[in-house]
Design a protein. Sequence first.
Length: 236
Amino acid sequence: MSAEQLLGLVLDPDLLDRYGPRFVDGLLVTAKLVAISFSLGAVFGLLLALARLSRHQLLQRMAAGYIYFFRGSPLLAQLFLLYYGLGSLKGFWQDVGLWWFFREAWFCTLLAFTLNTAAYQAEIFRGSLMAVAPGQYEAARALNLKRSTTFFKVILPQSLLVAIGPLGNELILMIKASAIASLVTIYDLMGVTKLAFSRSFDFQIYLWAAVLYLLIVELVRRLLKHLEARLGRHLN
């Protein structure tokens, strides 16, 4: 078998011309979904981490319960619970004016991904905040800094240097897990792949998707590694 014939088995020009633009659109949907949910999850996760470190027992227990549930149950189950479970309460959501949100697969998926990653990021932030040397707090008190100034100007920047590696791993896991969005009619990268395969029945469609996911993950990994190395110089 010649090289051209072998290449034709994995890169059919006709298929590429027919479905290439769809793959680009699906890739953009995946990027948008992951970027928004990860960013919102970071904000919520930081709040959860602060609740876990709070002296208030009620806040601690509520945050711990939330994290336990979303880290301990499958993301797919959480997605179905939101989309099919809460989405079935049409009358209730219409009464409170939120039916526009829960009737859309996009918003339900975004919410599920945000709630899930927030639980994982909360533990990352909690660990990184605890890793900051106690002397930093003592120095801030000695300078009579406000609590908000101490946190945002002293503690948080140092904790982020510790958290960037684990946060990068969580982002990569989210990119790969985002494929389940296709199960609730989201035409992300995997959704477009399933649609293209159902029309062409050509296995190379899934090979394209696998390669694209691999390229995305590798690109993100290299960017994060560069960022971590650049910021890590301040620790030396």
